[in-house]
Structure formats: structure tokens, C-alpha cells
Unconditional design. Structure first.
Ligand SMILES: Cc1cc2nc3c(=O)[nH]c(=O)nc-3n(C[C@H](O)[C@H](O)[C@H](O)COP(=O)(O)OP(=O)(O)OC[C@H]3O[C@@H](n4cnc5c(N)ncnc54)[C@H](O)[C@@H]3O)c2cc1C
Length: 381
């Protein structure tokens, strides 16, 4: 079916992004996988091209356009070349609402120009060694002392963990107040007591710096609190998590589609028993099922993008998009790998890399099980 999500300006933007990725990313990504990190220069180059912070007001160096279709274009193009090391989606899709919508004018002036130019790389630190799905169980504390908060604790699995300059840290400002005792504080590179641990060795996404962070008596100015008062952190997270989950769903469908198209081509040319493997009924049925499911997923996700733009994407709708598309992604790459036979297990084949890179998608941003909890709770049992 015809896709009708994009206008001409998005298609033009897609050409620009595609050209940038072909020039600045694709030739280097294998090396970045070996390095375990993407160099900061590529962030600056993407920033010069206007790839960050469309929603950042023009006075602070952005485009002043709130339209998630631009984010979608970037996510699709990045996934289209398997550049899973770029933390752009974390910065653009997940962090932008924290920095654009939850900041006051003084904070905007301090952070948004760097956000848009790619000179200030962002991250969000929710997860701790002892608490991931259960966010209320975090133990990092921020104790107010005069004009500062004193932050103590440890975070793990943080995307852009090594490269980040601004980290939105989820901390307890009042451990006795439950959901109302959590706040978001921006911890900046170089603050005394803020340390980085290991750049973690993962199953896939080897070019992505996913790291441990440590906070030991870090004195964070009270002026770095997001929101106009303490204790709003949990609600701020709930506000922004649907967009985070939609971003993951957009990428899930993009990966599934890319791998599927490549596999169809492979099945055209690979021969066994005197004919191409696409001539076997099993191959055609597997591809037919995947093609159907991926197309249906795409239309649901496109609808979610428009709902987000209209300010109407609910937590439940986003949870549906996240679990369904990421499970479909892992199923698709697994079945496509099978259709590649032994070559599918060789990392020089994109399907093999997609297989290892995809596995995490059903875990971060809220696991499949937590997504089903969100949907299930909506029935009011
Ligand atoms: C590559 C990568 C990047 C990440 N990036 C970030 C980041 O940038 N920032 C950040 O803060 N975090 C990040 N994370 C952390 C990620 O969000 C968590 O790993 C995830 O939320 C799950 O938390 P957990 O690992 O503690 O698992 P747990 O919460 O311990 O869950 C273990 C298992 O129990 C299940 N489970 C838990 N609770 C329930 C329940 N109520 N009902 C049924 N099943 C349940 C889970 O679904 C899972 O299968 C990242 C993780 C990875 C792997």
C-alpha cells in the first residue's frame, strides 16, 4: 500500500541525510565497531547539516519545527545502512523533549545551541545496577545543600555514556515520597565527582558507547534541575517515554524492512537443487508472512508518528508499537538469517550484523513484558 506519511520537504531531507551517511558514516562504521565508539567529529558534521534538534527554537540554533517525521527520516536512513553505533536517535528523539520542553529560558540559552550543533552530546541515566524496569527502585540520591544538589549513586547501560556532555540523571530528592520524590538533574561533563566506568562489551551494537556512570558527591547547581520544582522527575519521564518508544518502533520497522528486502534479493540469486531458493514454497511463505506483518506494522507506526505530532500519542499506543514491532524485528532478522544459510551467520553479511544488533530492541526503552503490563493495566482490572 502507498505510504502517505511524508511531504516533499521530508523526501528532500531524506536525500540530504542519505548522502551524508554514505559519505561520513558508511565508510567508517566498521572501524567504529572495532573502536567501540563513534568519534565526536561526526556529531559536529551532522549538526552542521541541521540533523539535530528540529524542535530547538531558531534563536537557539535549531529549525523550530516540531515534526517527528524528520526524526523518522533520520532513523530510517541510519537503520537502512545498519549504522547502529550512531547515538543520534537518543539525542534527537529521546533527549530533545527534555531539553526543549522541560528547560527554562536560562537553561535553553546554556544548552540548546550546543545541542543543535552536535557539540553537546546528551544522554539519560535512569537504569542502575539494581533497578531497570522498576524505576521507582533507583537508589541514586540528590540532596539539596544551598544552591546545589549533592548527587551520589551509580548508573549503568547508559547510551552515549562515554561521549555525552549533558546527562539527565534520575535521582531521588526525597526517598520517602515515592513517585513524588524523584527529580531530573542535568550533570555536565567535567563536574567533580562525575566519573565514567567501563564502555560495556555488548552482544551487538559495538560502535555504540554504552557505559557505566558514577556520581560521588557531585555538586550539581540547583539551576540544573529540570522543571520548576523538585519531585517532578517521574512524571517528566512518563511524559517523554511514549516518544522514546515510538523512536524504537520506527527503527524496528526500518530494520525489518531493510533486512527483508535484502533477503528477497538473496533468495532470487542463491541456488540449491537446481533452482533459486525463492522457488521453494517454504521460502515464499516465510517471506510472504514477514512482508505482510512488516507492512501492517509500518502503517500502525506511521499513524503513531502523526498522533505524536498532534500531541495525541498515548502511553498505551506507544507501548503497543514498541513491543509489537521490536518482537517482529527480532523474528524477521532471525528468519531472514535462516534463509541465508551459513552465509547468514557470517558477520560480513548485513543480516548477521542486524541479528546481533537487533536483540536488544525488545529490552531497552522498557521490555516487552513491561509494555504488556502498560497495555494490560489500561483494562482497569
Ligand atoms: C544497549 C542498552 C542500552 C541502554 N540504554 C539505556 C540508557 O540510555 N539509559 C538508561 O537509563 N537505560 C538504558 N538501558 C537500560 C534498559 O532500559 C534496561 O536494561 C531495561 O529497562 C530493563 O531493565 P533491567 O536490565 O534492569 O532488567 P530487569 O528490570 O531486571 O528485568 C529482567 C527481566 O524481568 C522482567 N520483568 C521485570 N519486571 C517485570 C514485571 N513487572 N512483569 C513481568 N516481567 C518483568 C523483564 O521484562 C526482564 O525480562 C539500556 C540497556 C541496554 C542493554
Amino acid at each position: 500500500m502507498q505510504r502517505d506519511l511524508f511531504e516533499e520537504e521530508h523526501q528532500l531531507f531524506r536525500e540530504t541525510v542519505r548522502e551524508f551517511l554514505a559519505r561520513e558514516v558508511a565508510p567508517h562504521h566498521d572501524q567504529w565497531e572495532k573502536d567501540g565508539i563513534v568519534p565526536r567529529e561526526v556529531w559536529k558534521k551532522a549538526g552542521e547539516l541541521g540533523m539535530f534538534g528540529f524542535g530547538v527554537p531558531e534563536e537557539f540554533g535549531g529549525a523550530g519545527i516540531t515534526d517527528f517525521r524528520y526524526n523518522t527520516v533520520i532513523d530510517e536512513e541510519v537503520m537502512g545502512i545498519g549504522a547502529t553505533g550512531l547515538g543520534f536517535s537518543l539525542h534527537n528523539d529521546i533527549m530533545a523533549p527534555y531539553f526543549v520542553d522541560l528547560t527554562n529560558d536560562e537553561q535553553k540559552a546554556r544548552w540548546l545551541p550546543g545541542f543543535a550543533s552536535g557539540e553537546l552530546i546528551t544522554a539519560v541515566a535512569m537504569t542502575e545496577p539494581g533497578a531497570g524496569s522498576d524505576l521507582q527502585g533507583i537508589r541514586t540520591t540528590a540532596v539539596r545543600e544551598g544552591d546545589h544538589y549533592v548527587v551520589n549513586g551509580q548508573k549503568t547501560f547508559i547510551t552515549n555514556g562515554i561521549n555525552s556532555d549533558l546527562v539527565v540523571v534520575v535521582a531521588k530528592t526525597d526517598p520517602t515520597a515515592g513517585a513524588r520524590g524523584t527529580s531530573l538533574l542535568v550533570v555536565e561533563r567535567g563536574m567533580e565527582g562525575f566519573g565514567r566506568g567501563r564502555n560495556l562489551d555488548k552482544v551487538g551494537m559495538h560502535a555504540q558507547d554504552t557505559a557505566e556512570l558514577f556520581f560521588e558527591n557531585v555538586r550539581v547547581p540547583a539551576a540544573n534541575l529540570l522543571g520548576d520544582q523538585e519531585g517532578q522527575g517521574f512524571f517528566q519521564l512518563m511524559r517523554n517515554l511514549p516518544q522514546e518508544r515510538l523512536s524504537i518502533a520506527v527503527m524496528a520497522v526500518a530494520v525489518a524492512e531493510t533486512v527483508l528486502r535484502a533477503t528477497i534479493e538473496y533468495c532470487r540469486s542463491r541456488k540449491a537443487f537446481g533452482s533459486n531458493i525463492g522457488s521453494f514454497q517454504n521460502t515464499r511463505f516465510v517471506l510472504a508472512e514477514l512482508d505482510t506483518e512488516v507492512e501492517i506494522a509500518r502503517h500502525y507506526v506511521d499513524k503513531c508518528v502523526l498522533a505524536l505530532n498532534a500531541g495525541e500519542l498515548s502511553a498505551v499506543d506507544a507501548a503497543k508499537a514498541k513491543w509489537w514491532t521490536t518482537e517482529l524485528q527480532t523474528k524477521t532478522v532471525d528468519r531472514c538469517l535462516q534463509l541465508h544459510g551459513g552465509y547468514g551467520y557470517m558477520l560480513e553479511y548485513p543480516v548477521a550484523k542486524a541479528w546481533v544488533d537487533s536483540r536488544v530492541q525488545t529490552i531497552y526503552g522498557g521490555t516487552t513484558e513491561i509494555m504488556k503490563e502498560i497495555i494490560g493495566r489500561s483494562f482497569g482490572f
